[in-house]
Design a protein around this ligand. Structure first.
Ligand code: PPE
Length: 321
C-alpha cells in the first residue's frame, strides 16, 4: 500500500505512522465496524470524488443497521475528506472511511463501546490489474455462498461480513483464478468477492436483484443508468449459474475494480474469450464519468475545493509529526 502523509482520526489529523488503535478494540475482536471504499479522480476541474454523498449515505445506513451511532455527520466527514486529500496533496486516491467500536468494553454486548471514526486516503491502482481492466480476468464460482439475509445483512458494508468474501477470494487465488463469483443461498449468481456482476445475453444486460443478497453497489447503480442511457435494456433478475457459461459477455464492477470484464469463468471462455462490444461501450462511458469527461454525469462528482472550506475539519492540534 502506498503510504500518504496524514490520516484523519476522530476529528484530528495524525501522521500515517501514528494512526494506531488499541489491540483490545471491540472491532478487531468481533468485526464491529462499517466502512466505505470511495475513489477520487484527477479531472480537468481538479480532484473530484465519485458519488461521495451516496457513499457517505451508505456508511450511515450500514452504521445504523449495526446500531453504531456515528459521532460525525455526513457533511463533517465530507469536509474532513476534502481537507485530508488537500493535506496529502493527492490528485487521485482511494478513500477509506471506517467507523468501528473502539477500546473500552469486551463481550458481545457492544453498545457501551465507543465508536471511533477514521478516514485514510492513498494511491491505489487497478484492483484487478491494468491488464484485467483491458483484456478481462479469469474467475471461478466459489464453493462459499454469499452471506444470506438470514444470518447477516448483505446490504451493509460491515467489516466482519468480509470474512465471507475473504474465504472466496483465497479459494479462487489458490486455484489459480483472479476473482471469485459467489452464489447466494438459493444458488443464484450473487456477486464477486468485492464487485457486483452483470451478464450480457442476446443484446440485453442482466444483473442480480437486491433480493439476491448483493451489496447495493454504487458502481452498479451508475452502470445501470449509463447502460440505459446508451439505449440498452437492463433487467434485474435472478441469474442461474449456467447462464454465466452461456453468456455473450460478463463483467464486474466496484469502486476499487471499476469495470472489469471477465474473459473466462470456470475455464469456459466468456463469449469469444475477449471483452465484448456492450462491455466496451459501457466501460468507456463509465470511465469517462469517473474521470469527469462525461458532461451528462458531472453531477456525480464532488470536486475537492482547492482551499479549506470547513473550519471543523481543520483541527491541527495534533499536527506535530
Ligand atoms: N460487493 C462487495 C462485496 C463489495 O465489497 C463491493 C465494493 C461491491 C460489491 C461494489 O460496490 P461499490 O464500490 O459501491 O460499487 N468493494 C470495495 C472494497 C474492496 C476492498 O478490497 O476493500 C471497493 O470496491 O471499494
Amino acid at each position: 500500500m502506498e503510504k500518504s502523509e496524514w490520516i484523519w482520526m476522530n476529528g484530528e489529523f495524525v501522521a500515517w505512522d501514528d494512526a494506531k488503535a488499541h489491540v483490545l478494540s471491540h472491532g478487531l475482536h468481533y468485526g464491529t465496524g462499517v466502512f466505505e471504499g470511495i475513489r477520487a479522480y484527477d479531472t480537468e476541474r481538479g480532484t473530484a470524488i465519485f458519488r461521495h454523498r451516496e457513499h457517505l449515505e451508505r456508511l450511515e445506513k450500514s452504521a445504523g443497521l449495526y446500531y453504531l451511532e456515528l459521532p460525525y455527520s455526513a457533511d463533517e466527514l465530507r469536509g474532513a475528506t476534502h481537507e485530508l486529500i488537500r493535506r496529502n496533496e493527492l490528485r487521485s486516491c482511494y478513500i477509506r472511511p471506517i467507523a468501528y467500536r473502539g477500546y473500552g468494553t469486551m463481550g458481545l454486548f457492544p453498545l457501551d463501546a465507543p465508536v471511533d471514526v477514521t478516514i485514510a486516503v492513498w494511491e491505489w491502482g487497478a484492483y484487478l490489474g491494468d491488464e484485467g481492466t483491458r483484456n478481462g480476468i479469469r474467475a471461478k464460482v466459489s464453493s462459499w455462498r454469499r452471506i444470506s439475509n438470514d444470518s447477516l445483512i448483505p446490504a451493509a458494508k460491515a467489516s466482519g461480513q468480509y470474512l465471507n468474501s475473504i474465504l472466496a477470494k483465497i479459494e479462487s487465488h489458490k486455484a489459480g483464478y483472479e476473482e471469485a463469483i459467489l452464489l447466494d443461498d438459493k444458488g443464484y449468481v450473487c456477486e464477486g468477492s468485492g464487485e457486483n456482476i452483470f451478464v450480457v445475453r442476446d443484446g440485453s444486460i442482466h444483473t442480480p436483484p437486491q433480493t439476491a443478497s448483493i451489496l447495493d453497489g454504487i458502481s452498479r447503480k451508475s452502470i445501470i443508468q449509463i447502460a440505459r442511457d446508451l439505449g440498452f435494456e437492463v433487467v434485474e433478475r435472478n441469474i442461474g449459474r449456467a447462464e454465466l457459461y452461456l453468456a455473450d459477455e460478463v463483467f464486474v464492477c466496484g469502486t476499487a475494480a471499476e469495470l472489469t470484464p471477465l474473459r473466462e469463468i470456470d475455464d469456459h471462455p466468456v463469449g469469444d474469450g475477449a471483452p465484448g462490444q456492450i462491455t466496451r461501450a459501457v466501460q468507456t462511458v463509465f470511465e469517462d464519468a469517473l474521470h469527469g469527461r462525461a458532461e451528462r454525469y458531472r453531477e456525480w462528482l464532488d470536486p475537492v475545493p482547492v482551499a479549506a472550506e470547513d473550519p471543523a475539519a481543520m483541527d491541527v492540534s495534533r499536527q506535530v509529526a
